[in-house]
Design a protein. Sequence first.
Length: 115
Amino acid sequence: QVQLVESGGGLVQAGGSLRLSCAASGSIFSINAMGWYRQAPGKQSEWVARITSGGSTNYADSVKGRFTISRDNAKNTLYLQMNSLKPEDIAVYYCHAASGPDDYWGQGTQVTVSS
């Protein structure tokens, strides 16, 4: 079992920045990859970014060049640095961990961008 707890969401003006954190606990040694998803009001969940156990990263086209995913293995924490935020980035952001055939999710953190 893996437990994920997000933090760092909030309200920011367009063009501003936020950093989301996701603290992992439990069987973290079994995690293959971690990532971020988001769900905007009335829309389906959207994949945002991913980082593998080897450190490779991938980004959705909608956030490429603005968002950076990283992790601190010593702190068992995943980050999402979000710069140049836009109103279309408004969503609940969820941390995800893949461990073999299992998927784990955090509770989500709200990001709101005012125009």
